[in-house]
Design a protein around this ligand. Structure first.
Ligand code: SF4
Length: 119
């Protein structure tokens, strides 16, 4: 969802470069994605990630809840074809109500194209 809304904003230059790279990769037909609620390839370049946890403990808990909400609608640890996964996400999370527990407290919501499209 956040990748679909990405406009080049992020926590640091390295984070934005990595997010941009992953956002390009996920659009190719032969890309596979495995979902997890642990720190992932996107988190790996986040300056807030320390010892595999968000350094802000409260934020870490919020992010885990957001991930769990998304994973409740999809298959954990399954290897998805990226294009299929993004289609499925678009079908399942297509109203403000469907993302209220995920996006409502997000600091990027005002800049996020995915969220703006639902408004
Ligand atoms: S509003 Fe935030 S949590 Fe929701 S899709 Fe956009 S960036 Fe992700």
């Amino acid at each position: 969802m956040c990748l679909q809304g990405f406009q080049g904003y992020g926590y640091s230059k390295d984070f934005v470069l990595n997010m941009t790279r992953i956002n390009d990769l996920r659009k190719s037909n032969d890309c596979t994605v495995t979902l997890t609620n642990d720190p992932d390839d996107i988190c790996s370049s986040c300056p807030n990630l320390k010892n595999d946890l968000c350094e802000n403990e409260k934020h870490d808990e919020i992010i885990a809840k957001m991930d769990d909400e998304v994973l409740s609608q999809l298959e954990y640890k399954k290897e998805y074809n990226s294009l299929d996964l993004f289609n499925e996400v678009s079908l399942k999370f297509n109203t403000l109500k469907s993302v209220e527990n995920i996006c409502n407290n997000c600091k990027w919501a005002e800049k996020c194209l995915f969220y703006k499209k639902l408004k």
